[in-house]
Design a protein around this ligand. Structure first.
Ligand code: AMP
Ligand code: MG
Length: 344
């Protein structure tokens, strides 16, 4: 059934608590609210209310075994959702909270298995975005919130993206402009001795290693990349086909030009994602920026744009998988369904 969705504009630099307080009450009462965080927009509901949590899965079309992240505003809320955190988890919280770090901890019994996708662990984050914080404080409950997009689509970095996907499916959408970082939080599992990164984000592997005092990269060397549950599902994808081209810069440029001409000859609309200002011949050329911070902010908006422009195929330059580049390439690879062509 179609819901009435109220869209509420809030100026992130100049807003009064009263503008948010009533929305906090609505969350507590079981309503769904899309709100900004520093990473992407989240679709929030009362994490302690099973019926409200079910609404999140329904609105997104999210598979029920893909767990949600619980958002808190204060450290003392942690014992409502998770059992005592390990010393390493404590150190990570002290260093990165509030901020774009999600920790996997052991679940408290009162957290419904619907929230944790059936797992005995729970994902927790303390966002630093002011609107998000005030909303959590006003609701007086921990807020379960995955990204506010239809399952499988690129994450929303501005309210218009959430409106596109969720209007008529949620109760409220806060419009506070663009999010600051544009990439989802780094997810770190601290429930076993060996700390694992389950999803890369703007807090990098090196930064995590510096705090936990152990190297994490060797997960990959062991031949198994640890992944969050749910990451096997189609993710971040534009509706069209996408191919990543990897190799020496000038060769990649030439290869993309060649592929573009070939596709356009067959009457297809081609899109290109580049990370340096090239004068490509394609109809749609999206420059994502030369620095990783800027690239992270732009990438999901660019992926959505290809849908708006009815693109048939996208060619994307690969970037170096280092620092935030690892997170960006992770999202791009999944958007491309791992279709990568390497030129030597
Ligand atoms: P989203 O909020 O849509 O970006 O998705 C939340 C992310 O957190 C997904 O990648 C989940 O798989 C991950 N996550 C949530 N809870 C857990 C958990 N208990 N264990 C491992 N990963 C989790
Ligand atoms: Mg998501």
């Amino acid at each position: 059934m179609k819901k009435t969705t109220e869209i509420i504009k809030i100026n992130p630099k100049k807003f009064k608590k009263e503008q948010i307080e009533w929305l906090g009450q609505e969350i507590k009462n079981g309503k769904t609210v899309v709100f900004p965080t520093e990473t992407v927009y989240g679709l929030g509901a009362n994490a302690l209310d099973e019926k409200a949590v079910v609404k999140i899965f329904q609105a997104k079309g999210r598979p029920s075994d893909n767990p949600l992240i619980i958002h808190i505003a204060k450290k003392k809320q942690l014992n409502q959702v998770a059992k005592k955190a390990s010393r390493i988890a404590q150190r990570l919280m002290d260093k990165f909270w509030p901020g774009p770090l999600t920790l996997i901890l052991k679940k408290k019994a009162q957290i419904n298995l619907k929230v944790s996708g059936g797992l005995q662990t729970v994902a927790v984050r303390m966002p630093r975005n002011k609107i998000a914080r005030e909303l959590i404080i006003a609701s007086k409950v921990p807020i379960a919130a995955p990204s506010a997009n239809t399952s499988g689509r690129p994450s929303p970095t501005q309210a218009t993206h959430a409106i596109e996907d969720l209007k008529g499916k949620v109760d409220y959408i806060i419009d506070a402009g663009k999010t600051q970082l544009g990439l989802e939080s780094t997810v770190v599992d601290t429930t076993s001795k060996k700390v694992k990164i389950l999803r890369h984000g703007t807090i990098t592997e090196k930064e995590i290693e510096a705090v936990v005092g152990q190297t994490i990269g060797n997960n990959k060397r062991e031949g198994k990349i640890h992944r969050s549950p749910g990451t096997r599902y189609k993710h971040y994808a534009p509706k069209c086909q996408m191919v990543i081209i990897k190799g020496p810069k000038n060769k990649v440029f030439q290869d993309i030009e060649r592929r573009t001409k070939r596709e356009e000859k067959q009457g297809r609309t081609v899109g290109i994602i580049c990370f340096e200002k090239h004068s490509h011949c394609a109809q749609i050329v999206e420059f994502a920026g030369t620095g990783n911070k800027e690239r992270g902010q732009n990438i999901f908006r660019i992926l959505r744009n290809f849908d708006h422009k009815k693109t048939d195929i996208v060619f994307c330059e690969a970037i170096e998988e280092q620092g935030i580049g690892t997170a960006i390439m992770d999202r791009l690879k999944r958007a491309a369904n791992n279709k990568i062509r390497t030129i030597r």
